[in-house]
Design a protein around this ligand. Structure first.
Ligand SMILES: NC(=O)c1ccc[n+]([C@@H]2O[C@H](COP(=O)([O-])OP(=O)(O)OC[C@H]3O[C@@H](n4cnc5c(N)ncnc54)[C@H](O)[C@@H]3O)[C@@H](O)[C@H]2O)c1
Length: 289
């Protein structure tokens, strides 16, 4: 897509971090923007603030893990603005824990938001875009965690992000074969300075663990170390605005893989591919931070 002015963007996870920066960038491009997020009070105050500055913005509280919420988001978008041109399936959360110690609630929560959220976005919006038959672009936020071998302590997050990369590739191939006007990208950033490590603030009541450390799981000592080092890396990450800039450059260039700030991960990415090709056992990613 080259023209953005007066077109419509829908952004999930728009009340913070990367989603909020994408929203600001869409507004600067002259777009009408629908902000969707589970954190209702913050979402509404952002809508108020942006509207007072003259932006064309609508906010709709949405839990992307719920298909009905995403269908309501699409209806609201079409009823108000008649079309959708950019869809950012961006909402995401994280838990810390191994594949066997993470609770079933951990799995349900993170898969619900990170994977089902993207599935719901695709299932709901692609038929609308196909019917519309105008230039559109879908950007799914995965992570560099969706490309490298999982680091210890972040099993579920890696599982969901690998799935989002595969889902995006499948969507890309399918839409190309159907000669549609919908383009697809998968966003895979390294560390970005956001509130990701406070994701537990938006965890559904029924998916909480009995004893919770704010990330929503019992706090084993090894997990605390992982959480602390991740929090440090994220707080030293690039600004979300830089991600939004890279995303818009990539949409204009119709680039599928959007890799941002992955310098420290390049070795891990190459090593994973080499491990597979040479049938070596997986190397634990070593970050050069
Ligand atoms: N921060 C990083 O270093 C980093 C790196 C790679 C990828 N990502 C990905 O970027 C995306 C955005 O995360 P961020 O880093 O900006 O974090 P963030 O916590 O600042 O923003 C995430 C937003 O998603 C919302 N959200 C959470 N659960 C939701 C749900 N069920 N329905 C709707 N909205 C929900 C939150 O309320 C929040 O506003 C995520 O998919 C994350 O996995 C982040």
């Amino acid at each position: 897509m080259q023209e953005f002015k007066d077109r419509v963007a829908v952004i999930t996870g728009a009340a913070s971090g990367i989603g909020l920066s994408l929203a600001e960038r869409c507004i600067n491009e002259g777009m009408k923007v629908v902000l969707a997020d589970i954190e209702e009070s913050v979402l509404i105050s952002i809508e108020r603030e942006m509207t007072s500055q003259g932006a064309r913005v609508l906010a709709i509280p949405t839990d992307v893990s719920q298909p009905g919420d995403v269908e309501a988001l699409a209806r609201y978008t079409i009823d108000n603005w008649g079309a959708v041109h950019l869809l950012f399936n961006n909402a995401g959360v994280i838990t810390i824990g191994s594949a066997w110690e993470s609770t079933i609630n951990d799995w349900k929560w993170v898969i619900g938001v990170n994977l089902w959220g993207v599935i719901h976005g695709i299932h709901t919006f692609v038929p609308i875009m196909l019917e519309q038959d105008t230039d559109c672009h879908i950007i799914n936020t995965a992570s560099i965690a969706g490309l490298v071998s999982p680091s210890p302590g972040t099993a579920i997050y890696h599982v969901t992000k690998h799935a989002v990369v595969a889902l995006s590739e499948a969507l890309y191939h399918g839409l190309l074969q159907s000669s549609s006007k919908i383009q697809v990208s998968v966003l895979c950033p390294g560390f970005v300075k956001t509130q990701l490590m406070e994701a537990g603030r938006n965890r559904a009541e029924e998916l909480h663990n009995e004893s919770s450390d704010g990330l929503g799981k019992p706090a084993a000592q090894a997990d605390q170390v992982v959480a602390q080092s991740l929090a440090r890396a994220i707080s030293n990450g690039i600004l979300p605005r830089q991600v939004a800039d890279a995303v818009f450059d990539s949409i204009r260039e119709n680039k599928f893989y959007i890799l941002v700030n992955i310098g420290p991960w390049q070795h891990a990415l190459r090593t994973r591919v080499e491990d597979i090709l040479q049938e070596r056992n997986p190397t634990i990613p070593r970050l050069d931070l």
